[in-house]
Design a protein around this ligand. Structure first.
Ligand code: TYM
Length: 335
């Protein structure tokens, strides 16, 4: 069993990435290793290039994201933690897979459509090719499980299609099919201002997302001001249908508390948001403040953070090189 997942270095980690992905990464570090498996986590800095970012900002974000992951509980002694750019096999395998993936398949990717918006002609080729690099990221290590948020499911299905076609075209059994793992606890965390949009760094409203770097006051304030409705909380989750803001806050509470949404709802049934929001704000501060404080402490020694990445990349390269060579040879390249 090998778990592989990545995160883009786009500024601060937010509650969506944390509950949708990173919290699972930390849990899997224990579960998978107890079963003799391996966990590999990387900063997808090459994916970070697909939308322009100033070089100094990309570097700083990569360091900061690493510190956040370590502060959140990813242990570089137990998981392989690295940045993609230091393992050239990711780019090399992506080129090989570009010749397996079909234009029609990429044209169906909803993330590209969302990100490119109306200006498709002006989007980078990298943004279009993003899912193929992502396929390379997981196939390179023969990942069995890939913990991601709901929004990445389509990309992983594409990775499976690419692996299947590669194996068929080159009469090979090189690639195994990765399984997406989407946490039931937090499938999709939505914006605090508009629960029909996912919580995302690209949302222009600061109030829409809680960042792991936010101060206690800011975290509490964002939850207190989160958009809700005037109704009381019902007794069952079904009764929250048509109340996306309420459902989102319930989901966040449950995920932070490691409880089921129904269990949390039972506690607050019949109460209004005047009671629920302060409890959520307190819970969020209690869970997030220790991560933020540890991250700030780690960022004091930037060189130490970079050396964690360098050591992780060394281990990743050792695993990646044989797969890359096998793929090259299967295709008839002299490698
Ligand atoms: P990124 O950096 O956009 O997001 C990192 C992880 O956080 C999840 N996520 C969310 N989950 C729930 N609610 C949200 N609002 C929310 N926002 C983000 C994402 O689903 C993701 O799991 N393409 C990946 C990075 C990547 C990758 C990979 C992942 C590159 N190569 C290989 C897995 C395997 C991404 O968009 O990450």
């Amino acid at each position: 069993m090998r778990v592989v997942s990545g995160i883009k270095p786009t500024g601060n980690l937010h509650l969506g990435n944390y509950l949708g992905a990173v919290k699972q990464w930390v849990a899997m570090q224990d579960q998978i290793q107890a079963q003799g498996g391996e966990t590999m986590y990387f900063i997808a800095d090459l994916h970070g290039l697909t939308e322009f970012i100033a070089p100094a900002e990309l570097t700083a974000n990569t360091i900061e994201m690493t510190a956040t992951l370590v502060a959140a509980g990813i242990d570089p002694e137990r998981s392989i933690l690295f940045n993609q750019a230091r393992v050239p096999a990711h780019s090399e395998l992506a080129w090989l897979l570009n010749n397996v993936a079909r234009v029609g398949w990429l044209n169906r990717m909803t993330q590209f459509k969302d990100k490119a918006g109306k200006n498709r002609e002006g989007a980078s080729v990298g943004l279009y090719d993003y899912p193929v690099l992502m396929a390379a990221d997981v196939l390179l290590y023969n990942a069995t499980h890939v913990p991601v948020g709901e929004d990445q499911k389509q990309h992983l299905e594409l990775a499976r299609d690419i692996a299947t076609k590669f194996n068929a075209d080159y009469d090979s059994d090189l690639f195994s099919l990765p399984e997406p793992l989407i946490s039931a606890a937090a499938p999709r965390i939505m914006s605090l201002r508009d629960a029909t949009a996912k919580m995302s760094k690209s949302n222009p409203s600061e109030q829409s997302l809680v960042k792991l770097i936010d101060s206690d006051e800011v975290i509490a304030d964002k939850f207190r001001k989160a958009k809700t409705d005037p109704d009381l909380l019902p007794a069952t989750m079904e009764e929250l249908d048509g109340r996306p803001e309420a459902r989102n806050l319930l989901t966040i509470f449950a995920a932070l508390a490691d409880r089921s949404p129904q269990d949390v709802l039972s506690e607050f049934a019949g109460k209004g948001f005047g009671a629920f929001k302060p409890a959520l704000a307190d819970l969020a501060v209690a869970k997030l403040a220790p991560i933020r404080d540890e991250m700030v402490r780690l960022l004091d020694d930037r060189a130490a953070i970079d050396s964690i990445l360098e050591r992780g990349a060394e281990k990743a390269r050792a695993l990646a090189t044989p797969t890359l060579k096998a793929a090259q040879r299967a295709m008839g390249l002299l490698a």
